[in-house]
Design a protein around this ligand. Structure first.
Ligand code: E4P
Length: 217
């Protein structure tokens, strides 16, 4: 399973890229607002830092303007992935861009039938929002299971990119279901490394090692 980070915070991206475990980045207009920086500058900087797909979201609602916006974003770097909303115009745009060989991430997916449409439109990624589903008392992971079944039934190449991830259990469940990618806020990726028994074990081993009076090398 691939790990993307869901942020436009350059320092956080640099930090995670240094682990060698980062496969891509997703952004959205709210994350760009939070960064306080110019959209195209941030995307260019992220694309230079991370070789994997970097999602940049269009903000127009009609197909023609979405395409125009995508055409501004595509030349930024080879790894720019155009993010479009799951609407009729978004999927029209997805179809055109994917037929030109541009990677498209279809976002704001809340049903498995929406995901089916995105795959038929040639999306490279579908982004089902599990946390926002949980927020309205639906189990977001049921959606991931349904999409996995449908995509496997028809051998779609579209990758399931689990979005709106709120905690490490979402990551665990995504991996068990066989999602292709999870995109997480930086703090959730960091939580995946941690366990109190790991810390306690290190403390104990180091204490015993000190008692040996030895050094390595
Ligand atoms: C995904 O691409 C979105 O940017 C993101 O995961 C949304 O997460 P949120 O529901 O926590 O805002």
């Amino acid at each position: 399973m691939k790990f993307f980070v869901d942020t436009a915070d350059i320092a956080a991206i640099q930090d995670l890229a240094a682990t060698g475990l980062l496969d891509g980045v997703t952004t959205n207009p709210s994350l760009i607002l939070k960064s306080g920086r110019k959209f195209t500058d941030v995307i260019a900087e992220i694309c230079a830092l991370v070789p994997g797909p970097v999602s940049a979201e269009v903000v127009a609602l009609d197909h023609e303007t979405m395409l125009k916006e995508a055409e501004q974003l595509i030349p930024i770097a080879k790894n720019v992935t155009i993010k479009v909303p799951l609407t009729v115009d978004g999927l029209k745009t997805c179809k055109v861009l994917s037929s030109r060989g541009v990677m498209v991430n279809v976002t704001l997916c809340f049903t498995a039938t929406q995901a089916l449409l995105a795959a038929k439109a040639g999306a490279a990624f579908i982004s089902p929002f599990v946390g926002r589903h949980d927020d309205v008392s639906w189990d977001g992971m049921d959606l991931i299971e349904d999409i996995r079944t449908i995509y496997d039934n028809y051998d779609f190449d579209t990758e399931i990119l689990v979005a709106s991830v709120r905690h490490p259990v979402h990551v665990l469940q995504s991996a068990k279901i066989g999602a292709d990618v999870v995109t997480c806020p930086p703090d959730i990726i960091k939580k995946l490394f941690n366990h109190p028994l790991t810390d306690r074990g290190i403390e104990q081993f180091l204490a015993d090692w000190a008692k040996t009076g030895q050094s390595i090398g």
